[in-house]
Design a protein around this ligand. Sequence first.
Ligand code: HEC
Ligand code: HEC
Length: 402
Amino acid sequence: MKIPKIITALFAISFLFACNSDDPNETPNDNYSDIYNLPSTPFNYSNPNFPETFTPYVFGFNNTPTDNPITNDGVTLGRVLFYDKNMSNNNTKSCASCHFQEFGFSDNVSKSDGFEGGSTFRNSMGFANAGFYSAENFFWDHRAATLEEQVLMPIQDSVEMGMNLEGLVEKFSELDYYNPLFENAFGSTNVTSDRISKALSQFVRSIYSYNTKYDKGIEITNDIFEDFPNFTAAENLGKDIFNGKLTPGAIASCVTCHLPNSIPLHFDQPIPDNVNQVIFSGAEPDNIGLDDNINVPDNGVGAFLGIESFYGHFKTPSLRNIEITGPYMHDGRFATLEEVVEHYSTGVLPHPYLSAHMKNGDGSPRHLDFTPEESAGLVAFLKTLTDYELIEDEKYSDPFIN
Ligand code: HEC
Ligand code: HEC
């Protein structure tokens, strides 16, 4: 269609005026549309349209505290904070500098660069459905008990963002574009670290994933053990291996550890058929035989707790969006999913505190010895957990104009 020239010209002129912030006749701008691009009515975060397979059974572990429910205005504030580089000491790093939407809120390097260029100790984790992670297990070493506690830690980390909470509150109190956001979310413009923590965790918690090929499959069958009609043969083979269908007697199928959070950890009990793996992550940390001794720079949960029998134990990470959150493991040692699967197939090392689920009856490390077809199937299955809608959804994207 041809747009009449006069309309185009008028549009261009009005656009020029709108951009000219030096115009003395300009009315004071209190929606800060020159700073960030937010919808006049906030996006819907608080009332997601979950599929029926996200059953209340699975929601048993909803970690939302009663004093911090998700509100549309709270998440909107959290979203702006998440993408604001002012969050770091020298205004160079936002949360999003290490947690990219396009990479499932992870990044694509083994270790990330902090505000002064220093390297993080561990691999940046992606997140989706973090509101359903069980309590007491945030971070690779489980050192944060709640999301509210967790989100303030990178800000104060000497490598990551290098701030202290007092300085943070002072700095953000002076950024007037936060006034309407705090007002809407909490009823006044007052900036406190508690409000920052609440808004940031609301944003993280609001990142729901339920539009993967896997989710579509379970919506059709409502049974994780049935072949999904929307899957390829390779993906269904991978699903069977993952769920232990091919090895009913074994206790070391993937689902044993990367299982729905709400399923009790009794391995003799069958997994209910109609359950959706909302997070593909267990509550327990584990040692999967990545190293064969305890003299390593990072002993994970064991080092944090000061309990040697937990040495080499790390958070069992969520597998949602796993295709795009590599490199893998706490130290980012594996570049590809093929390498991860090869680890479980042939690479598990003996370790004094190796998980019981990774051992044979005689205590030796268990190698699942996949055929090439099985390995390829497992990788294909893992790739069905990518949520392409989520990683392009504007409501989780960078709202800043510059
Ligand atoms: C310099 C990079 C960097 C920055 C900046 C950063 N993170 Fe992280 N984030 C990481 C790394 C690395 C980990 C894993 C650290 C660990 O487990 O020891 C992590 C872990 C997390 C987790 C834990 C997820 C889980 O499954 O337990 C969340 C949530 C998170 N970050 C949110 C944030 C928020 C919110 C901000 C901004 C306030 C932020 N991050 C800033 C690198 C970063
Ligand atoms: C004993 C429990 C356990 C079993 C069984 C298990 N995993 Fe894991 N998985 C973990 C833990 C713990 C980690 C993190 C280890 C680390 O970084 O030190 C992990 C990490 C991963 C990762 C990398 C995640 C990331 O974000 O870096 C993938 C992918 C994965 N597992 C897939 C599988 C598959 C596929 C199977 C079955 C062949 C399987 N797991 C079996 C506990 C387990």
